[in-house]
Design a protein. Structure first.
Length: 123
């Protein structure tokens, strides 16, 4: 599937707080916790629980959410297909960051171990 400017624009303008409950439902349906979701979000974006709650209350767009984030340097290790898109081939950096989180949530929901999800490199 190829990225389109329409798709990228739609992703950018979505309110992150409108997507967040879907993330929570997805992982809880599969026996994971909201605390684990927060751990994944903090790893990817640098946002602790308090900052995340503030951004949710402010109803920031996905674009604003990722503009303010400090993306983890190991995020480039997130590969695979999510929502029909091969993550490493996505040209639009904002859409790629959003798909990084989607992929991490998929892995969390599928029961993958946290150290694998967080791309902990072994010495």
């Amino acid at each position: 599937m190829k990225d389109t400017s329409h798709h990228d624009e739609r992703v950018a303008k979505m309110i992150f707080a409108s997507v967040y409950p879907h993330y929570v439902n997805r992982i809880e349906r599969n026996g994971r916790t909201e605390d684990e979701l927060h751990q994944v979000i903090e790893w990817l974006t640098g946002y602790d629980k308090n900052k995340l709650e503030t951004l949710l209350k402010e109803k920031v767009t996905v674009e604003e959410f990722y503009q303010k984030a400090t993306i983890h340097p190991n995020a480039k290790l997130i590969k695979g297909v999510v929502c029909g898109y091969r993550i490493e081939d996505i040209e639009n950096k904002l859409t790629q960051k959003a798909r990084y989180l989607d992929k991490l949530i998929d892995e969390l929901a599928k029961g993958r171990k946290m150290e694998k999800i967080l791309r902990v490199e072994k010495p």
